[in-house]
Design a protein around this ligand. Sequence first.
Ligand code: SF4
Length: 362
Amino acid sequence: MEWLNRYRDSGLAAKLTELLKRQEDLGPVRFMEVCGTHTVAICRHGIRQLLPPAITLTSGPGCPVCVTATADIDAFILAAKLDGTIITTFGDLLRVPGSKSTLQEARAEGADIRTVYSTLDALQIARENPDRQVVFPGVGFETTTPTVAAAILTAAAEGIPNFSVISSHKVMPPALHALLADPAIRIDGLICPGHVSIMIGADAYEPFVAQYNTPCVIAGFEPIDILTGVVMLAEQARQKTARVEIAYDRAVARKGNRQAIAVMERVFEPVDAPWRGLAVIPGSGLEIRPQFDRFNARKRFAITVDDAKDPAGCACGDVLKSIKTPADCRLFGTACVPEHPVGPCMVSGEGACGAYYRYQKT
Ligand code: SF4
């Protein structure tokens, strides 16, 4: 753990903060931390409070559970209610509200919903229950999707007939395009998502520099990583320049993990997809390719949802677009708290509302 302490060094944090405070000619700037894990780290370590008033850090759409559309949550619940089905899911999906209920409530009503820690667990449950259908709700970005693709390839290779996936997977670059192209949203720089960047590589952000002149810095998740990323963004903003920089080179390379992306692309193809708060973004979703249709639970069980309704009064959509902060939502900390969440941003461990509530309270 000694190496990790370097990234939590309070003396170094003070020096980086001092560097930021000395940037007197820096006008007001608004940097977005795209990733939910960054949002949690920023709140937990009180990084916003360390920054000079000219620099605002705003949270973005990088929490995969939070951006999952209500219609997709409804589809997972419909699958759970099919006779003889076992749903295998990561735990953070259980309490996300659909239009009328949650997976957790469906479980209380008798649905067989099992929490798993990887797609390997889901496959094993399918092997052990050959007379049951095992459905895995696929939620996540480029970080998670290759593992789900690998599970489908394994099921195909082993001939596991009772495993399938409802894909709500998404890719990050089209969502960033949608945000940067929106004149109602001002973003002066991106703290690019660290985990996604390990997969897609730093070069994936070059179009944002070319098209929107937006500085991009890929940062890790420790306080020194994040402060270093903010210093690099501030320097670019002060120089009125834009480039892609890596402040997380112990994990991120220019080209990313091509092998993992190739596995993902073998199984999934791009489709237009709805994001909570961002509407339908062209090419931002991933659907299972037709040659793997037998592993596509939506097709296999004819699951469709036409009448999804977002939770009344919930401002998650605007929070995910950085138009509002969690505290701007009138339900924050009153009707909506982690014990009784109204929207997904309060449920997920990477959600902005949950992180603000736990660590900032404002
Ligand atoms: S505080 Fe709750 S209701 Fe408000 S935006 Fe966040 S999750 Fe939605």
